[in-house]
Design a protein around this ligand. Sequence first.
Ligand code: SAJ
Length: 416
Amino acid sequence: MDHQFDRVSVIGLGYIGLPTAAVLANRGINVVGVDVAPEVVDRLNRGEVHILEPDLDVLVRAGVNSGHLKTTLTPEPAQVFVIAVPTPFREDRSPDLSFVESACRAIAPVLERGNLVILESTSPVGTTERVAHWLAEARPDLTFPKCPTDRGDVYLAHCPERVLPGRILRELVENTRIIGGITPGCAAKAEQFYRTFVSGRCILTRARAAELCKLTENAFRDVNIAFANELSLICARLGIDVWEVIELANHHPRVNILQPGPGVGGHCIAVDPWFIVHSAPEEARLIRTAREVNDAKPEWILRRMLDASERFKEPRIACLGLSYKANIDDLRESPALHIVEAFARRRLGEVFVVEPHIPALPPALKEHAHVGLTDLSTAVERADIVVGLVDHEAFKTLDRSALMSKVLIDARGMWR
Ligand code: SAJ
């Protein structure tokens, strides 16, 4: 093993930090995970996970049992610090870097000359330079590189994560990594670190390019989903099946249209394009419009549910799926959840929520007596209206005869 990376600290043990920590620990590296939530720290030290991701529980337990993975509330000295904290946006859609800043202030006291600090959180252009600034403020005794020709005591790089929830453990190892150093030396050092567990390619660049690269990937996907969502509105107006049109158009060798849905959720695609818009508001016209098109889609589905409800005195409505996409339990920024909450607030009738991946309804739905978490067959049997919000495997394979007499609103094209 490369002894310059014997001890690694991962700051922020969420959807990216925890799998990264677990993968490193299972390569025999001593990993100190750091999280601000005491309950997360306790659970992880017992070998239990707080997020659902295939095989993550097994890997975390193995890491804890072998003694290679431990979790603390405050950082301890290490050779490498991987920052994987959230970077949300504020009400006015400007980036909120407060978690990155607090992570920097937390690790600053234990930093030593020769350490490598990697920012993995998706960040607006210039954030890695700001990391250098925050660390330098807290540690005037050390030097931090701020531009490509600088020399510094500490290596600084941005290496955005690009893994797909549901396939995180595989993609962490196999995906190509874009590694942006503040200096070429920083990038080279970070590459050596990633080589300890990445089998994919490592491509080196500058920190600013790596920052924009990550935002660009998600903006690209957002714009393409917006195209599909806009097409779904056009098709509805013209009385044409949008999924058929897309399937037909995709036979063209250079056309590959994505799928329309109830909107775009998750913590990445619905957020990252705003970082680009914020940095270049006059130029980012298409990217902004795509965000608006995708953000308007939940309202459109809700309107169809309200229209359908008018046909019944006390409508019973089954809402299939709450997560932000298929076959996961993640409700973050979920358009399905947003739609069900907005519908529930109107108190039009009984709402049967089907979400096989969660044990209980989230608080905003739990408070309504007319809303309940129900199993699939009971919900479909009792409902007048069935709304397909998430294309979970169990919903796609639903027996069509059960849907025959129902009013269907199929936001995902599952029951064509
Ligand atoms: N969606 C559609 N139609 C589609 C594809 C997706 O409506 O054809 C919706 C999904 O239902 C979901 C949202 O878009 O609500 C986003 O889902 P996703 O599967 O496209 O992406 P995420 O958010 O799970 O993960 C993305 C990935 N980025 C890209 O594919 C460019 C992943 O590789 C990134 O690591 C991740 O964002 C991230 O963390 O940034």
